[in-house]
Design a protein around this ligand. Structure first.
Ligand code: URA
Length: 215
């Protein structure tokens, strides 16, 4: 990582990942390698799993359906998407076999080796942005950050403060869980985790916000 201010270091990181031969070899022709996006002065960094179909087209994390929901969650916290930083464990969409000339349908979680390869890029983004807290979205992100074997089910550790890279880490469900599970109970679980994040970084919380998704 070169010396310099945050934009300089982030640009160097972007150049490194875009020039990474392993990343390039794992991306289908015409698709993009994806680094994180957002404010380099963010106090909160969200960490997801891997780019999906939309993300590898646009080259930006969380722009598909789960991303649109994440953006609404961020707005519910009283923030704009541009005020936080959003990254992923992976810089490419894990490939699945597809018939000749056909687009990949669906996604698979990255394997341990893939995650190990990309993790230094996430660490480097954390080093540049220096967020006050990290939020792991879903099982894969939590496994990537905390290590395989740390937990069996995400429910065991969600809503708890852990640590990664010397920073507090909140573990919660992935927004795609809500897309599959539209109940107020599921929404409230994630929301309670986000309330803890808001408290930790000193964001104002209104009475209305405290009661979101209750009842
Ligand atoms: N899901 C993720 O975990 N990351 C993305 O960038 C998009 C969807």
């Amino acid at each position: 990582m070169p010396a310099g201010d945050k934009p300089t270091r982030w640009a160097a990181l972007q150049a490194a990942v875009q020039g990474d031969a392993v990343c390039a070899a794992n991306v289908r022709p015409g698709k993009k390698i994806v680094l994180g996006v957002g404010s380099l002065d963010a106090t909160i960094m969200f960490v997801g799993e891997a780019p999906g179909a939309e993300e590898e087209i646009q080259g930006e994390p969380f722009v598909g359906p789960a991303g649109q929901l994440l953006t609404r969650m961020i707005q519910a916290m009283g923030l704009k998407r541009e005020e936080v930083y959003i990254g992923n464990i992976m810089n490419w969409r894990p490939q699945m076999p597809t018939a000749e000339g056909r687009e990949q349908v669906g996604n698979r979680p990255p394997n341990q080796e893939e995650m190990q390869y990309c993790l230094p890029y996430l660490r480097a983004q954390i080093e540049v942005v220096q967020p006050q807290v990290l939020v792991a979205l879903g099982t894969t992100a939590a496994q990537g950050l905390l290590g395989f074997g740390t937990f069996k089910m995400l429910g065991e550790i969600r809503g708890q403060w852990r640590e990664f890279s010397g920073r507090p880490l909140m573990v919660t469900y992935h927004p795609s869980y809500i897309l599959r599970n539209q109940s107020n109970r599921s929404k409230r679980m994630i929301w309670e985790d986000l309330l803890k994040v808001m408290e930790r970084v000193g964001l104002p919380i209104s009475e209305k916000q405290r009661k979101f998704f209750l009842g």
